[in-house]
Design a protein around this ligand. Structure first.
Ligand SMILES: Nc1ncnc2c1ncn2[C@@H]1O[C@H](COP(=O)(O)OP(=O)(O)OP(=O)(O)O)[C@@H](O)[C@H]1O
Length: 243
């Protein structure tokens, strides 16, 4: 880990009178698995949307490496190397797994076509545990398998930064274990990942560092163990069963 993969500087997002993200700054190193956590409604998904370009900040700056990406369209930011999965899985249900993943290869950062894209799709489907199911329609797949397809599609662009927005949500305990192992493998490959997650065991197991948000504000940042035992963080989570 050396250079910053992503820098968030004094970022603010206002929806009318509501400040969803209030002057938040943090840096994510190359190769780091970085957690973004906080109670419901604290601004985590808004922050993911700001990084991916689905939303534009009201103020502040986001850089990918040395390049400012805040203000660019989601499409441009994806091309520059930020890819994501969504809180509620978004796949193309009428297509099969291979076609979904090829779409990521064709439209993303890496831009592969034809046979090259197909070959990569096969490798990635194998990678996420869907080898042999390349031609299954995604609409016929279980929820975890649809999540695997979405992850493979995000990886198909060979992103510089991968955003996982509650990728583990909705999985049963054995699927959760598989999901955590899969993310751990991506981390071991040296991928830079920012994950929003309510599953605290996953954060503890997987993340190098984390930021904690509450009511739009960053209330703590640092190594996972010390951050989660910070009294302000414990207070913010009081009453939240997931903490
Ligand atoms: N498009 C929007 N328009 C208006 N308000 C919004 C919009 N998106 C989010 N908000 C508000 O911003 C605040 C932060 O929401 P956000 O979804 O970012 O929180 P979160 O931490 O991701 O929550 P959760 O853990 O429940 O997903 C909430 O009060 C939410 O209602």
């Amino acid at each position: 880990m050396s250079a910053y993969a992503l820098s968030v500087r004094n970022v603010r997002k206002q929806f009318g009178g509501l400040v969803a993200v209030n002057n938040v700054s943090f840096d994510v190193f190359d190769g780091e698995l970085f957690g973004l956590i906080g109670p419901n409604g604290s601004g985590k998904t808004t922050m993911m949307n700001l990084i991916s370009g689905a939303l534009k900040p009201t103020a502040g700056e986001i850089k990918l490496g040395h390049e400012r990406i805040s203000g660019l369209s989601a499409h441009h930011i994806a091309r520059k190397g930020v890819s994501r999965t969504f809180q509620l899985v978004r796949v193309l249900p009428s297509l099969d797994a291979e076609e979904n993943v090829m779409a990521g290869a064709v439209f993303g950062h890496q831009r592969l076509w034809g046979e090259e894209a197909r070959k990569l799709a096969h490798q990635l489907l194998e990678r996420v545990g869907l080898g042999g199911r390349a031609h299954m329609p995604v609409s016929a797949m279980t929820y975890i398998d649809q999540k695997r397809v979405e992850l493979a599609r995000s990886l198909a662009s060979n992103p510089r930064v991968l955003l996982l927005d509650e990728w583990l949500a909705g999985l049963n305990p054995s699927e959760l274990q598989i999901g955590i192992e899969l993310i751990a493998e991506l981390r071991a490959e040296g991928r830079t990942i920012i994950m929003v997650e309510h599953v605290m065991d996953a954060i503890r197991t997987l993340c190098d560092r984390c930021v904690v948000m509450s009511s739009g504000v960053k209330i703590a940042e640092g190594g996972v163990a010390e951050t989660l035992s910070d009294p302000e963080v414990v207070r913010a989570y009081l009453g939240d069963d997931d903490a």
